[in-house]
Design a protein around this ligand. Structure first.
Ligand code: IPD
Ligand code: CA
Ligand code: CA
Length: 269
């Protein structure tokens, strides 16, 4: 498949970082049985992956800014372009030897995300999207699912730790959605949740309190696969938005209504 120079740069960086991540994941699987556990080892793997990605991307596109989860913002001389990177999305899965995690890389140009890739090194699933050029899983063009009924939908959500989110609100949302859909899932890697909406595996996904590196690449994927992405009030998603809802058009409207109803009921009580 012929890909643009930009996507090739992003893919090359992801492949390079993924080689060490995969080795580290193998190590983590061994460390599960040790009492100390793999936590500090994983933090080091995460940082190393970000350093590799930054070095590769900066080498290919000197001057671009770089925003990474681990190292924060490094401002470049080119103020119009910024890489937005999560070197390891799904850290808790990785830490527990669960092979569901990804590298997420997006490129923002003057406030617009123009390309995104999400790569799971274990399954070798490579999701790519470029503005106006479609979304792909490896060589296959992606479209969001065509299902129109909530009752047939499989929907992904989050289960935030109580220290990180509004537990009551999330529980109420879960209860309301669970009653209406065919299946509710929690996979634990936001970038892959979005990629799976783009691939039509999931019909919808919502979550509160995410960061730009969790969603930047996934938003590009969903849009280019013909899906809808907004914040939880139905407004256009921004990287600083505190919540996200992604789905196909019909399911998006129903999910938005359902989640708004939950919030209304809570304010009435
Ligand atoms: C987390 C994952 C998880 C989501 C959390 C994120 P991390 O990212 O995407 O699915 O529920 O909100 O922070 O910490 O594994 O990079
Ligand atoms: Ca993340
Ligand atoms: Ca991360």
């Amino acid at each position: 498949m012929l890909r643009s120079a930009l996507l090739n740069v992003m893919i090359k960086a992801a492949h390079k970082a993924s080689r060490a991540l995969k080795r580290d994941f193998g190590e983590v699987e061994q460390l599960q049985i040790s009492v100390k556990g793999p936590a500090s080892f994983v933090t080091a793997a995460d940082r190393r992956a970000e350093e590799t990605l930054r070095a590769e991307l900066e080498h290919a596109r000197p001057g671009y800014s770089f925003l990474g989860e681990e190292g924060g913002l490094h401002e470049g001389t080119d103020k119009t372009h910024c890489w937005i990177v999560d070197p390891l999305d799904g850290t808790l899965n990785f830490l527990h030897g669960i092979p569901h995690f990804a590298i997420s890389i997006a490129l923002e140009r003057e406030g617009t995300i123009i390309a995104g890739i999400v790569y799971n090194p274990v399954s070798d699933d490579l999701f790519t999207a470029e503005r106006g050029k479609g979304a792909f899983l490896n060589d296959r063009r992606l479209r969001v699912a065509a299902r129109r009924e909530l009752s047939q939908a499989v929907v992904a959500c989050a289960l935030p730790h109580p220290s990180r989110g509004d537990v009551i609100l999330t529980r109420n949302e879960h209860a309301a959605v669970q009653q209406k859909v065919a299946g509710l899932r929690r996979f634990g890697a936001a970038a892959l949740d979005l990629a799976w909406v783009a691939a039509g595996r999931l019909d919808a996904y919502w979550e509160h309190g995410l960061s730009p590196w969790d969603i930047a690449a996934g938003v590009a994927l969903v849009r280019e696969a013909g899906g809808f992405v907004t914040d939880l009030h139905g407004r256009e998603i921004e990287l600083k938005s505190s919540g996200i809802l992604a789905a196909n058009a019909a399911i998006h409207a129903d999910m938005l209504a359902l989640l708004s109803e939950v919030r209304c009921q809570m304010t009435e009580v």
